[in-house]
Design a protein around this ligand. Structure first.
Ligand SMILES: Nc1nc2c(ncn2[C@@H]2O[C@H](COP(=O)(O)OP(=O)(O)OP(=O)(O)O)[C@@H](O)[C@H]2O)c(=O)[nH]1
Length: 348
């Protein structure tokens, strides 16, 4: 008898679009429905901050400090193998980094499915609708092209953060993504809130769009998307270390800062609000000198958010800053200055 295959979903979408927000909801749903979910979390930074938001009983594999779509092939397959054999989950969610090209991940999962009992059911792409619209109206640069790629690969598209858009703007962004991907089902969401049955239905419909994907050939958009893969400038800082990689480089970079002491919350907020616009995503876990609890800090597309948190396990005070061609030294110096200010305040 054929072995039961573990369902795999890839969660795609640009940095800060709402993937983790969707992941936590999907985990709750599948758990309540009596299934056992597991997660493979990939982060560009050196620490797994998003993992803090996932219940500790959910088995999780972490691939940190790079993007699975371009770091050594095999890491993802190894993680899948270990989860499947060690935890026997019913469903695995792979949360890719915001800069991942899903085609590479589709490839790796489908390759892995030849030897591991897993089956890629769908790519779900979360779109930061206001950001996409703004990029469409203005720059149409590398980030825009990467978002387009992520949209083209999806079976299910969440046009997220619609709370920040007017009705007319919503129509505009809706038309855009439907033009790029007429095959996906498209949903307007706020905080990635969708009827989770839509995800299950993808499964029930028995869609196996990636079944023949030697190189994603089974997907209706694969050919199109692949043609634009190179032109899309699949550019990560990590690629710089990979001289054999055939893509162009150094589009997105990350700086991870480990704090040696608590800093003032207002001064930190001011620093973040003055970050150069090339830094478009940041997140961290911080202790502040003027608050008693620790905070999970989020900064996505110029919106800042702080949520009280009691981290799981030993987590240092840390923040990751992600963007394009910004000066890591400048960010580091500003943060060190902030820490020095805390020292002076403590002494006086
Ligand atoms: N206003 C608004 N904010 C949202 C919405 N969805 C998510 N956010 C916020 O956007 C920020 C980023 O959300 P995440 O779910 O962490 O995004 P992500 O795609 O996992 O981010 P990366 O892992 O860095 O790629 C958080 O502060 C969320 O609370 C939304 O619909 N509206």
């Amino acid at each position: 008898m054929a072995q039961k295959r573990v369902t795999v979903y890839v969660l795609s979408g640009f940095l800060g679009s709402g993937k983790t927000t969707l992941l936590t909801k999907a985990i709750d749903h599948f758990t309540e429905a009596g299934h056992k979910p597991a997660v493979i979390m990939n982060e560009i930074g050196e620490v797994n901050l998003d993992g803090q938001l996932v219940a500790s009983e959910v088995p999780m594999s972490q691939l940190l400090g790079g993007c699975i779509c371009c770091s050594s092939r095999g890491d993802l397959a190894t993680a899948l193998h270990e989860l499947v054999t060690g935890e026997q989950p019913d469903v695995i969610f792979i949360e890719s980094t915001g800069i991942a090209n899903p085609l590479e991940i589709i490839d790796e999962v489908t390759d892995a499915s030849l030897v591991i009992p897993v089956e890629l059911k769908a790519v779900i792409t979360v779109v930061d609708a206001p950001q996409l619209l703004e990029l469409n109206r203005t720059s149409r640069g590398k980030t825009y092209r990467l978002m387009k790629e992520q949209i083209r690969c999806a079976n299910l598209l969440l046009l997220n953060k619609t709370d920040l858009l007017e009705a007319m703007a919503l129509q505009e962004v809706d038309a855009l993504v439907r033009e790029w991907n007429p095959h996906a089902s498209v949903h307007f969401t706020v905080f990635s809130q969708i009827d989770m049955r839509l995800i299950e239905m993808l499964e029930e419909e028995g869609q196996t769009p990636f079944a023949d994907a030697g190189h994603s050939t089974g997907h209706p958009n694969a050919e199109h998307a692949h043609a634009s893969h190179h032109e899309a400038g699949h550019d990560h800082a990590q690629h710089e270390q990979d001289s054999h990689h055939h893509h162009s480089h150094s589009h997105v970079m990350a700086y991870t800062h480990f704090f040696e002491r608590a800093v003032d919350s207002n001064a930190f907020e001011e620093l973040v609000s003055k970050l150069p616009q090339e830094v478009y995503r940041a997140k961290g876990i911080l202790s502040f000198s003027d608050t008693s609890s620790r905070f999970l800090f989020q900064y996505a597309y110029r919106e800042m958010d702080f949520v009280k948190i009691t981290p799981k396990g030993e987590v240092p005070d840390v923040a990751v800053f992600i963007g394009e061609n910004f000066s890591k030294d400048a960010v580091r110096s500003a943060l060190l200055k902030l820490e020095a200010m805390s020292d002076i305040a403590a002494e006086s």
